[in-house]
Design a protein around this ligand. Structure first.
Ligand code: ATP
Ligand code: MG
Length: 164
């Protein structure tokens, strides 16, 4: 996926990934979309739990692998998609994708690379990779931007990096 590279963030354990997600959720606005890519078990759902927490929702987020989408109601709702089991990308409209993405809530799409042609014009993508060399819980999260979207989140990220 040819999105604009922004920066990489490294996490050493699940808690750090979740904390990063929380930061993203705290700075997200209604209509924002986070696309998550990365292998099975890389930490996409963990990151989503953090985003939920940052939105002020419970972090009791479960993988919507079978349901394809879960809705968490709140001041700003979270629409959590996992399209791994979607039979065909073109079926995305059938699960209400376009009714939710870019609407009154924040959307998170796990396995977004499987529906590349159906993604909105603007999003932030987070690609999570394990470092098998270290064999540890380390993850490298690469942040990409599609279009000029969600500058408010990227600006906050820039400020955060300065502080670290
Ligand atoms: N640094 C880390 N960040 C995130 N998760 C980690 C980290 N280190 C270890 N883990 C573990 O990796 C697993 C990540 O699982 P998670 O369900 O979030 O993956 P996923 O990318 O959503 O997988 P799937 O593609 O099946 O949906 C968890 O068991 C978590 O405890
Ligand atoms: Mg998952």
């Amino acid at each position: 996926m040819r999105d604009k590279y922004i920066r990489t963030i490294e996490t050493r354990n699940e808690e750090e990934t979740k904390a990063f997600g929380k930061f993203l959720g705290e700075h997200a606005k209604a209509g924002d979309t986070f696309c998550l890519t990365g292998d099975l078990g890389s930490g996409k759902t963990v990151l989503t739990k953090g985003i939920a927490e940052g939105l002020g929702l419970s972090d009791e987020v479960t993988s919507p692998t079978f349901a394809l989408m879960n809705i968490y109601q709140g001041e700003v709702p979270l629409y959590h998609f996992d399209v791994y089991r979607l039979e065909d990308p073109s079926m995305i409209a059938d699960i209400g994708f376009y009714d939710f993405v870019g609407s009154d809530g924040v959307s998170v799409i796990e396995w977004a690379d499987l529906i590349q042609d159906y993604l909105p014009d603007g999003y932030i993508r987070l690609d999570i990779k394990r470092d098998f060399k270290t064999g540890s819980d380390r993850r490298v999260i690469t942040v990409y931007q599609k279009g000029e979207s969600m500058a408010h989140v990227l600006h906050a990220l820039e400020e955060r990096e300065k502080e670290l």
